[in-house]
Design a protein around this ligand. Structure first.
Ligand code: SF4
Length: 317
């Protein structure tokens, strides 16, 4: 059996604030197998994007990693020096960031931006080989070679997003982290971008972490899903299992919020608001919104337990 390509162990990320410390990621552990598509879902403020960025050591002060470790194969990411972390980004773990369409440099042609990714990682290519690789990367994301000579403002939103994916895969990473990669796109273009991501992921054999709040998109794309609430993983299970038989009340609420044909487009919504990370409720952080809460839920925080092929953090699971 193959080994995980990425391991996150007991990760804690905190932000220092004049009114006290805010823990955005709290004791999160999971492992990613080669080629696996893993989703991280939850409402905004659940810590999923912070977790994704902290894997790449991209958390900026006043945020910092308080505890835990991330491993890519045998390399502990905290031990890498600046040069090592620069090589890790793209060549080991590539990020397709949130709002990545705005992450393109507006004054550089797309081809130049891909070539810069090669140069940043010490690849010294002749002009002809560089052009060949740029054309191949654009083709891999379904873009014609002429895009290389264009500036970002000349492209549609979907084309820009595909250009971002081309840059992300330029060094053939083992893991791609896609943080809400389709959030600013309409539904048709969303599908095209996700199909592109799926195709290049299969061609590379890379694992993917897809961060988002759209459970419908998760159901179509990922193999396994982790649900985050108030900085913690509350359920992790294969996607078919989690959709058919969600075990955590919060997961059930997220799935019930999906529009269905039977409900004729009605959205159920999740009662109450996500808690402030500065003032988390006692015990289970979900208890003020949970219709199943019992006294124990207010007093004791549930731990993630293995239950029939899944992991669930609920006293009643
Ligand atoms: Fe609800 Fe209690 Fe389970 Fe939390 S531990 S989800 S409050 S039943």
């Amino acid at each position: 059996m193959s080994e995980p390509v990425l391991r996150v162990e007991g990760l804690r990320v905190a932000f220092d604030h004049p009114l006290g410390k805010v823990r955005a990621v709290d004791d999160v552990s999971f492992a990613l197998m080669p080629g696996e598509r893993f989703g991280l879902a939850g409402e905004s403020g659940s810590g999923k994007s912070t977790l994704a960025l902290s894997i790449l050591r991209l958390i900026k002060p006043p945020g910092h990693i308080e505890a835990g470790a991330v491993w890519l194969d045998d390399a502990r990411i905290a031990d890498l020096d600046d040069d090592g972390i620069r090589r890790l980004r793209l060549a080991g773990i590539a990020l397709v960031p949130q709002g990545s369409m705005n992450s393109l440099n507006p004054v550089l042609r797309i081809g130049r931006q891909i070539a810069d990714a090669f140069a940043d990682h010490g690849l010294r290519l002749g002009h002809r080989e560089e052009q060949r690789r740029i054309t191949a990367l654009l083709a891999a994301v379904g873009l014609p070679a002429t895009i290389a000579r264009m500036y970002p403002h000349e492209l549609s939103g979907g084309m820009k997003q595909r250009a971002c994916i081309a840059i992300a895969i330029s060094l053939r990473p083992k893991v791609i982290i896609a943080d809400e990669p389709t959030s600013a796109l309409d539904v048709v273009v969303q599908r095209q971008v996700m199909a592109t991501l799926a195709r290049v992921q299969q061609e590379l054999g890379a694992a993917v972490i897809l961060v988002g709040h759209d459970m419908g998109l998760m159901a179509q794309f990922v193999d396994r899903l982790g649900i985050m609430y108030a900085g913690r993983l509350v359920e992790v299970a294969p996607i078919a299992d989690i959709i058919a038989r969600p075990r955590h009340p919060y997961t059930r609420a997220l799935i019930a919020a999906l529009p269905s044909l039977e409900a004729r487009g009605m959205l159920a919504g999740i009662p109450g608001l996500a808690p402030s990370l500065r003032e988390l409720p006692s015990g289970c952080a979900f208890h003020p919104r949970c219709e199943l809460a019992i006294d124990r839920c207010r007093a004791e925080r549930p731990v993630l337990r293995d239950i029939a092929g899944a992991q669930v953090g609920c006293h009643l699971a």
